[in-house]
Design a protein around this ligand. Structure first.
Ligand SMILES: [Cu+2]
Length: 152
């Protein structure tokens, strides 16, 4: 009898955790976030860093907050902001970027970008996978095209 009750508890507990998981999964839905033209300008083979630019269109009614990204071709990925003063260009780490409901955020040269650091030494492919991370455990896998500097 005691064992039976324990089993019932276990089943109940599993149902509960499944329900909690399902709820958080619906919050992490990024289907209403459209990624447009994600690209990385080609860098020389000796370079250990590169920038990724893209547009993020939020077609939902609530904001998305980009908090980071990851990719297998770099050891470390950060959100950076370019700050231009009279004679210097600096890059500053930014912990998050908000994409407001209905807005399109442009990560473009001279502004906010995704910085790849510790690039892997093997040749960088023409396109690679990156995973965007948002608040509420939301993620969005994207494909980044490497863009030749000569042709563009
Ligand atoms: Cu940077």
């Amino acid at each position: 009898m005691h064992i039976k009750r324990c089993l019932a508890c276990l089943v109940c507990f599993q149902l509960l955790t499944t329900a909690i998981y399902a709820e958080s999964a619906s919050k992490s839905d990024t289907s209403e976030l459209i990624v447009i033209d994600a690209y990385m300008p080609e860098v020389p083979p000796v370079s250990r860093t590169a920038a990724v630019y893209l547009k993020l269109k939020n077609t939902s009614t609530s904001p998305f907050i980009l908090i980071g990204a990851s990719t297998s071709i770099a050891n470390h990925v950060m959100i950076h902001q370019t700050i231009e003063t009279q004679d210097t260009v600096k890059m500053k780490h930014q912990s998050s970027v908000v994409i407001q409901a209905g807005e399109t955020l442009e990560l473009e040269p001279g502004g906010t970008h995704i910085m790849l650091m510790g690039l892997q030494k093997q040749a960088i492919p023409e396109k690679f996978e990156m995973n965007l991370m948002f608040e509420n455990n939301a993620t969005q896998p994207i494909q980044v095209n490497v863009r030749s500097r000569v042709n563009n």
